[in-house]
Design a protein around this ligand. Sequence first.
Ligand code: MN
Length: 198
Amino acid sequence: MSFTLAPLPYSHDALEPHIDATTMQIHHGKHHQAYVDNLNKAIAGTPHENKSLEELVANAGSISPAVRNNGGGHWNHTFFWESLAPNAGGAPTGALADAINQAFGSFDGLKEKMNNAGMTRFGSGWAWLIKGADGKLSVTSTPNQDNPLMDVAEVKGTPILGVDVWEHAYYLKYQNRRAEYLNAFWNVVNWNKVASRL
Ligand code: MN
């Protein structure tokens, strides 16, 4: 079995002006494609060939760095594209809003926590909103292409929203201004999708 790159669920320019079309073309078509291609190369002819992506990610601590990094890259980016949508943003509602208010005091409290997690992730990685085993929401971050589903994660949980803070996610439009990118990200969050993951 080999993994394939799904098309984006919207056009490359659909998230303008918050995330620009050129960034989306390169991020999805080059970076994400490379994770898929390198994952397929790394598992070819190994017992990992017949495992699901979820299985590989859950056992990140006992697989090769190539499978961990590229498998994580494939999982994380697939999750990220689905977390975004054109004409989205605004504020979460219903049970999701209740859970956010309970955990962070308010939606602004969540934004502050997640922006801070993204800003303080040195180098490359991700900031996540996760649901813990106790059902409570919290914010965490992971380096490189790790994620909170991995056995090696410092803080484990089920991601319901994530933001890519690798420079390749924002450099063309925002250069070194990661904070501006993180603020813009909130304008394209697909809250219906996030709520469905809760
Ligand atoms: Mn990326």
